[in-house]
Design a protein around this ligand. Sequence first.
Ligand code: PHE
Length: 457
Amino acid sequence: MANRDIFKSKIGLILATAGSAVGLGNIWRFPIETGQNGGAAYIIIYVGFILLIGIPVMLAEFVLGRHTHSNPIGAYRRLAPRTPWFLAGCLGVFASLLLLSYYSVVAGWTIEYSYLAIINAFDGGTPEGYKDIFNEFVSDPIIPILCFVVVMLITHFVVVRGVQKGIEKFSMVMMPILLVMMIILVGCSVSLSGAGKGLEYLLNPDFSKINNTTIVNAMGQSFFSLSLGLGVLCTYASYFDEKTNLIKSASTIAAIDTFVAVLSGFMIFPAMFHVGFDANSSEIGSSLIFVTLPNVFHAAFGGIPILGYLFPVVFYVLLIVASVTSTISVLEIIVAFVSEEYKIKRQKASIGIVLISIVLGAFCSLSFGVLGDIKIFELTIFELMDYMVSNILLPLGGVFFSVFVGWKLKRQLVEAELTNNGHLHLPFVRVLIFILRYIAPVAIIIILFNQLNILKL
Ligand code: PHE
C-alpha cells in the first residue's frame, strides 16, 4: 500500500498497542471480576489464559497485519482471495463500530466524573447520595451524550493526525502519565490502615471459589482486555516495520496490560477493605467505579486534606486517559478499512464513522433513561451491544484469526513472519502453531457455547 504510515519507534508501537489494551477493561471490569470470582485464584486463572491463549491469538493477528500491511478485511482478502474469509474481517469491523459506540458512552461518564471530582462534588456525600448522582446523570437525555461526543471528538482528532503523529505521539505521552498516576494511587491506597486485608485478598488464592463460571469469565475478560478478536491488533501490526520482534512485542504488551489490571486491584481493594467493604459484597458490580468508589474514596481519604480532593480527581482523569487510548484504536480499524478499501481520505472516513457512531452511541446512552423500556432479549440497547461484542463477536473473531493462521496460512509464511525471515531464533514456533490450530479455537468455542447457553458447563 503506497504511503502507508508506520510506527516510528519500538517504544511507540508498544505503548500505542498497550494503550489499546489498557482501558476500562482493566480498571473497571477486572476489579469487578476479581471481586466476584474469588480474588487471587481468579487472577491466577486469568494470567493462565493470557499466556496460553491470549498471547498466541495476539500473535495470529500480528502475523496477519504485519505480513499484509493491511486492515483486517484487506488482510484476509490478500491472503485468501476469492474465498469468504474476508467476512471474518467484516465481522471485526462491524463489531468495532458497535464497541466504539457503547464503550465511548462509558468513557464519556469518566469525563463527567472527573469534572465532579474537580468541583469537589463528592465531598460530604452519603452512599445514597452517590447512587442518586449516578442515576440522575446517566438517565439525563443530554449531558451524558455531550460527554460522549467529547470523547468521540478527541478520538477523531487523534486518529486523523495519523499513526505516527496522532496515535503514537498521543500514546507516548499518555501511557507513562497513566502508569505514574496509577502507581501513586496504589501507594496511597496500600498505606491506609487495614489495607493488609485487601492485599491478602489479592495475594492469597482461595481455589475453593473457582468454578466453571470463574473460568469462562476469566477467558472472556482476557480477550476483552487484550483487545483481541476485532482486528485492532492486526491493524496496529500493519504499521509495524520488518524488524519488529512480534513475539517480544506481544509478550511486553500482554505484560503491561496484566500489570495495569492487577495494579488497579491494588488501587481499589485496599481502600475498600479499609472502609469495611466486603470484597464479595453487592457493592462490587457494574456501578463499582461510579457509585461505590466515590463513597470509598470519600470514606478513606476524606479526612486527609489534599489527598481527599486529589485522589478522586487523579482516578477519574486516569480513566479518561485509559479509555481514550482504547477508543482511538477501535476508530483506527474502521478508518483504515474505509480509507484503504474505498480510497477515501482518512479525515473524511473518520468524520463519517464518528457521525454513525454518535447516532448509535446516543441510543445506548438514552437506554439508561428515556429508552430504558426498550428491551431486546430482555436487554437494554446498551446491554445488548455489550453482550453481542464481548460475549459473541470478540471470541468469534478470535476463533477466525487463530484458525486462519493455524490452518489456512502456509506454515513457512507464519514461521518467516514470526522469526523475521529467519533472523530470530524462536524455539516455540511449533508450540504456538499447535495452540492456534487446536487449543485456542476449541477453548474459545467451548466458552462461546457456554455463554450462549448452548453448552452448560
Ligand atoms: N482492551 C480494551 C479495554 O481493556 C477494550 C477493547 C476491546 C479495545 C477490544 C479495543 C478492542 O478496555
